[in-house]
Design a protein around this ligand. Structure first.
Ligand code: GDP
Length: 295
């Protein structure tokens, strides 16, 4: 488990072998290594601080289990705490049965929102759920075309009203079309900007109020690193999210954004994007991510 961190801890604990308790001094040194591992994984600094404080209080005075090396025991405490903080289990997508499940996608431009919308539709379709996609990004006609192309590729209908229509109206009518068609889930792709701005937030809030989604998923680029925390804070405060999709996990990122997003919003990461292809979406598992974050 966590070979890189284990190696580092090895030296921190070497001189302290043979102790029957996890002591104050070796905790400090070991926590420094964990802190470094988390920062290297791009976990937000404040999130790291809080996490370290919690691990410290759990590890203080923990009785050493006979036959278990204190360093291994400490690693297990860190692992278990990471998994717990990220929600423990996989958090499934809401599913309204019978009825129509409405999913609203939110996030900055370029994070993989449109791709994730199609990926999610395909993922659900493979589970025999019929989906509808709705294209509300009227500011970038290419985004509408992109969704139409993806929809054709995965055989999922795409509702759009061109780029002159009002996004809130498109969303409202898209949900109605999905309902009339007897679809199981409707996924609404929304416009993103390169940076958070007031207009984007107002439009998202208006769409949300109009369609009353069961899920509002924030799409976060894992490569954003530390910035994921601010992004999550703003979206959760202004729109209210129910979960997140972490994209581009096929890249170099160790995925520290997962911890930040969860800690800041209290909402679960539900899926990860692991490639450009439309099949490249996987459910999020906290224990796997804990291993990746710790390196
Ligand atoms: P949007 O502006 O948020 O809708 O972003 P797009 O869906 O257009 O994606 C932006 C770019 O990121 C595209 O080139 C996608 O192919 C790419 N992309 C999206 N998700 C992933 C992912 O999980 N892994 C990788 N490697 N690329 C991705």
């Amino acid at each position: 488990m966590f070979d890189a961190l284990a190696d580092r801890l090895e030296s921190a604990w070497k001189s302290l072998r043979g102790q029957d308790k996890i002591s104050q001094t070796n905790i400090k040194e070991a926590l420094r290594e964990v802190r470094r591992a988390l920062l290297e994984a791009d976990v937000n600094l404040q999130v790291v601080k809080n996490f370290i404080a919690e691990v410290e209080s759990k590890a203080q005075g923990a009785e050493v289990v006979s036959g278990v090396r204190p360093d291994q025991q400490f690693i297990k405490i860190v692992h278990d705490e990471l998994v717990a903080v990220m929600g423990g289990e996989n958090a499934p997508l809401a599913h309204i049965e019978p009825g129509l499940t409405v999913v609203l996608m939110a996030g900055l431009q370029g994070t993989g929102k449109t791709t994730a919308s199609a990926k999610l539709a395909l993922y659900l379709r493979k589970q025999e759920r019929s989906c509808y996609l709705v294209a509300t990004d009227v500011y970038r006609p290419a985004a509408i075309d992109q969704l139409i192309t993806l929809g054709k590729q995965i055989d999922v209908p795409v509702f759009e009203l061109g780029s002159d229509a009002n996004p809130v109206e498109i969303a409202r009518q898209g949900v109605e079309a999905a309902r009339e068609d007897g679809a199981d889930t409707v996924i609404i792709d929304t416009a993103g900007r390169l940076q958070i701005d007031a207009d984007m937030m107002t439009e998202l809030a208006d769409i949300k109020a109009a369609v009353n989604p069961h899920e509002t998923l924030l799409v976060v680029d894992a490569m954003m690193g530390q910035e994921a925390a601010n992004l999550t804070h703003t979206f959760h405060e202004q729109i209210g999210i129910t979960g997140a999709i972490l994209t581009k996990m096929d890249g170099d990122s160790r995925g520290g954004a997962a911890l930040s997003v969860r800690r800041i919003s209290g909402q679960p990461i539900k899926f990860i994007g692991v490639g450009e292809k439309v099949e490249a979406l996987q459910p999020f598992y906290p224990d796997r991510m804990a291993s990746r974050i710790l390196g």
